[in-house]
Design a protein around this ligand. Structure first.
Ligand code: GCV
Length: 685
């Protein structure tokens, strides 16, 4: 009875739930849809779920109310208001993409209303209802109003036309193969998955736009992108493209891409007109400019605002957006240069431009000032920019967090970032409030996650890494949600309602980031990875490179002094953070080595020295990883065999690699200092 596909549908798998049939049959026997055919697709989603999972085959009525029976009523608010006066008050409760699910009495019949102002809202409402049914929730008296808090909820794919994915750990691209655009059953299923978690925008190609990918904005690709966009639009998702800032040179035959050169602006305007002919629902461009060898306005002595606004103007009449990345720093640093601090770069580049960007330009900012390390302080541009739309960029793909071989659930970290109080306008200026538009009067904000998806059978390589994708959607819809709640919901949707499964997997997910942090580079150190691919330990892998990522360990101390006495990075924060971070005594210990250069014998609050703490954390980290594995083993027999084995296999590798991390890092510290572990555990001399 359940639906069978050649890949697993994650939280949206329509498994056999006929055990709930009796509970729901009375509600779903009749479904009334108001309006034309535009709601066929969400209706089909509901019908498919009811049929496949619950074995309920509802009778469908279009624009006809059924008398004397209970029914489900689906329609836009504008339609619902015509027949049901009381729903006028729904108007004030909803934002553009929100929905209402409510069971009420109409003429003595129980009616389950699913309504929204927009098409997107209806789609989200249907998927939300399906979630509730999958979890067996009681819907007799359901009364839900749900509005997304953030306007932009986007996925960024770093996919290349040849099918490879930069920092991808789950197979090949689902969008591209051999320089062609792929459209198949899976395309639609991906749109469904994203829509079901409220995502409303997808950038399909890598921000590093290389020679072949420059051509994505030419008719040879635009036709297919138009087809792709239709599929995604049906699920409320706009397609965006990453572009190369020098496209006027590569494609237009111009000898410049100077944003203030009229010919360049005219070329882009014509290009945008052409794109919208093929892709009427097009969302806009994502731009990595003047960053890691990608061209940008600096090449012509212009600012990021000059570049972004010129493009913004071309998109304006179509309602399109420019998303401009703040990941700009000197990637050709000399390691001998101790004056340049990469952590300061984003703020230094963008703070002076605050207020200079057009309304349809959004600056996209990585969560920390460096590059998605296991822990970094929150980027001071949050709270620093007061007149600029902003998107928080998170990395769902686990580049520095175990590459989907290690279990590393990121929701706990993201939640801390969202809850961080920038104090930009005094207490309460949290990152999430800025993104909601509550701190500064800017509404075009949101979250972007670098996708962890590929064409693996489970989409994400590690089955449990699906939780990261799900959580990204949940938090970008509602950053206030408790993370334990998100985790529980994901487990129930994916694995069912077995108490032990929920308990053990919750434990595994919620403790995994801490464990990973402990056995890799805790206390804010970061970066001790192998260069290039970024997997596995290499304490000096980046020490003498050009990337600006140094810890400068010697025999006495480790870490960079970023205080006001050092590089001055702490001064980019508002008080009280500036003072808290500046002082080694008050700096949160989890970020100690990010902000300070610390002698190995420095005593932490526990009374233990830095070096002893480092040894201890590494031993603890491995023990915690072992505990996580144990929790999985306890679930043998409770989880489908294939998934159980796949995850176990990765957990086995994780333990082995966690030990490698522990031993390499501890040995490095021991060899640097000659200080033995107080507890006499094995450290390789
Ligand atoms: C897409 C890091 C990654 C790069 C990535 C870059 C970025 O440097 O290692 O692979 O490029 O960030 O975010 O642009």
């Amino acid at each position: 009875m359940a639906e069978v596909k050649p890949y697993n549908m994650c939280w949206l798998e329509y498994t056999d739930l006929s055990k709930y049939k009796n509970k729901y049959i009375k509600v779903f026997e009749n479904v009334v849809v108001l309006g034309g055919n535009e709601l066929n697709l969400p209706l089909k989603e509901l019908k498919n779920f009811l049929t496949f999972s619950l074995n309920i085959k509802p009778k469908i009525f279009k624009n006809t109310l059924v008398k004397g029976r209970n029914y489900v009523l689906i329609g836009r608010l504008i339609e619902i208001k015509k027949i049901f006066k009381e729903s006028e008050r729904f108007e004030k409760l909803l934002n553009d993409e929100g929905f209402i699910i409510k069971r009420i009495d109409i003429d003595g019949n129980k009616v389950l209303i699913i309504t929204a102002k927009s098409y997107n809202g209806i789609v989200y409402g249907i998927f939300n209802l399906i979630e509730r049914l999958k979890r067996g929730e009681d819907i007799e008296n359901i009364d839900i109003v749900s509005n997304p808090s953030l306007r932009f909820r986007m996925l960024n794919h770093w996919d290349n036309l040849d099918g490879s994915i930069e920092r991808g750990y789950a197979g090949k691209s689902i969008f591209f193969r051999e320089n062609k655009i792929l459209i198949n059953e899976r395309t639609k299923d991906y749109a469904r998955l994203l829509s079901s978690i409220g995502v409303n925008g997808v950038v399909i190609n890598n921000v590093n736009v290389k020679k072949k990918e420059v051509e994505l904005i030419t008719p040879s690709y635009l036709k297919k992108i138009g087809e792709l966009s239709k599929i995604f639009s049906a699920y409320g998702i706009k397609i965006y493209l990453s572009i190369n800032f020098a496209s006027p040179i590569y494609l237009g035959g111009l000898n410049t891409a100077d944003p203030l050169d009229k010919r360049v602006a005219v070329w882009w305007k014509a290009k945008v007109d052409e794109i919208y002919e093929y892709v009427p629902d097009f969302g806009g461009f994502l731009v990595k400019a003047d960053s890691e060898f990608n061209p940008g306005p600096h090449m012509y002595g212009r600012t990021h605002a000059d570049g972004a606004n010129m493009l913004g103007e071309a998109l304006e009449s179509y309602g399109g957006f420019i998303i401009w990345r703040a990941f700009v720093y000197n990637c050709l640093q000399d390691w001998r240069d101790t004056n340049t601090d990469r952590a300061k770069a984003a703020y230094e580049n963008f703070k002076p431009l605050d207020g200079k960007f057009s309304e349809n330009v959004i600056v996209q900012i990585k969560y920390g000032p460096m590059d998605f390390q296991v822990r970094e302080p929150v980027n001071p541009l949050f709270g620093g920019l007061e007149h600029t739309n902003q998107i928080l960029e998170l990395q769902i793909t686990q580049e520095y967090t175990g590459q989907q071989i290690h279990l590393c659930y990121l929701g706990t970290l993201w939640k801390e970032v969202l809850d961080f109080d920038t104090y930009a306008k005094g207490e309460g200026s949290k990152v999430k409030e800025i993104l909601k538009g509550n701190v500064f009067d800017l509404k075009n904000n949101g979250m972007a996650g670098v996708s962890n998806v590929g064409d693996d059978i489970n989409w994400t390589g590690h089955d449990l890494a699906q939780a990261n994708l799900y959580t990204f959607g949940a938090l970008s819809w509602n950053p206030d949600e408790r993370i334990e709640e998100v985790v529980k919901r994901w487990i129930e949707l994916t694995f069912g309602d077995n108490e032990k499964v929920i308990k053990n997997i919750s434990y595994m997910l919620l403790s995994s980031h801490k464990a990973y942090e402990k056995y890799t580079t805790p206390l804010g150190l970061g970066w001790m990875v192998n260069p290039g691919h970024h997997y596995g330990p290499n304490p000096e892998g980046y020490e003498y490179s050009k990337w600006g990522t140094y810890h400068r360990a010697n025999y006495e101390a480790i870490g960079v002094d970023r205080s006001s006495r050092g590089t001055g990075y702490t001064l980019q924060y508002h008080s009280p953070w500036r003072e808290i971070y500046d002082n080694i005594e008050t700096c949160p210990e989890e970020l100690l080595l990010f902000f300070h250069r610390v002698p190995y014998n420095y005593k932490l609050k526990s009374g233990k020295t830095l070096i002893q703490t480092y040894y201890d954390l590494h031993f603890e980290g491995v023990e915690e990883a072992e505990e996580i594995r144990k929790k999985w083993i306890e679930l043998k027999g409770e989880i489908e065999d294939k998934i159980y084995e796949r995850v176990l296999n990765r957990l086995d590798i994780q333990i082995e690699h966690a030990k490698e991390w522990r031993d390499v890092i501890n040995t490095y510290f021991f060899r640097r200092t000659g200080i033995p572990d107080e507890k006499g555990r094995k450290i390789y001399p």
